[in-house]
Design a protein around this ligand. Sequence first.
Ligand SMILES: Nc1ncnc2c1ncn2[C@@H]1O[C@H](COP(=O)(O)OP(=O)(O)O)[C@@H](O)[C@H]1O
Ligand SMILES: [Mg+2]
Length: 313
Amino acid sequence: MENSITHIWPIGGGKGGSGKSFFTGSLGFLLAKRGYRTLLVDVDLGAANLHTIVGVPHPEKSISDFISKRVGTLEETVVPTFLPNLYLISGAMNNLDIANLAHEQKMKILRNVAKLSYDYILLDLGAGTSFNTIDFFMISNAGIFVTTPEPTSIENIYRLIRSVYFRKIHQVLKTHNFKSLAGEAEKRNPMATVNNPDLLLHVMNELDPEKSALLEHALGAFHFKLALNQLRKQDNQNTGALICKIIEKHLTLKINHIGNVSFDDRVHSAVCKKMPFMELYPYTQTTLDLRECCRMLLSAEEAASPALQNVVD
Ligand SMILES: Nc1ncnc2c1ncn2[C@@H]1O[C@H](COP(=O)(O)OP(=O)(O)O)[C@@H](O)[C@H]1O
Ligand SMILES: [Mg+2]
């Protein structure tokens, strides 16, 4: 797979318990079953439990071996799972201090994840808008956001998406040396800030149409996805589409709803048995839903240009 493109999908959520790890593990399972070499990386350091969800209760190695330099390369911390093609870098570690990674350590993980050669790399991120979480979204233009239909979870996911998007705009401005132009635009109209991307582009366009077109192109390259997890029958099935509409209206950011994943009590049983849910319960609505999400993600990926992956410097 040396020459193939590695797709990196960071997966985050506004709240713990929304199902990020469940979704990440399930997606990895489906991609591996489709024959893609898939690596799951648990970077929810401090609350790492992806290993349990994919049925590796006691991973021999973890990311902490790399951080603490017990091994020389990140690749050496990869452990196999019971499924061919599915690999894991566990975040489980004894030293809890490591949950608050120094910026340099985090950048080191990001740089080294970006160097790994797999078909798909899925990052299971910590909850919320902490810098620890948002930094990990900077690794690619893709981003999958998982929320439940509860208002508290929706509020948090909105905040998370906004934070990631604004950080990405900052990154684009910095990478392309647009900062001075953005500064000029802000002088002209103090409302034309990163927090107001539409107006920023409008004012920049008056100042320098060519650069502003480049910026617009770079911003259009983000492809964010939303998955609604733990949907019960009585919940509004259109919640995902509604959230996407609100985000588009308030942030002028297009985000695709890739599907609803039904609530099923047996997810809890599978976690307790430390077995992948889809292995135990392949013929359930929740498994069908997850398959559909995977299909949607793959077709969206095909439609997006591979050249859009960012390079972490
Ligand atoms: N679709 C679902 N149906 C039922 N329970 C779910 C579902 N998704 C997640 N859960 C439950 O929520 C718990 C937390 O999920 P997890 O993926 O660990 O959340 P996070 O990683 O976001 O903190 C799981 O242990 C499981 O019991
Ligand atoms: Mg988790």
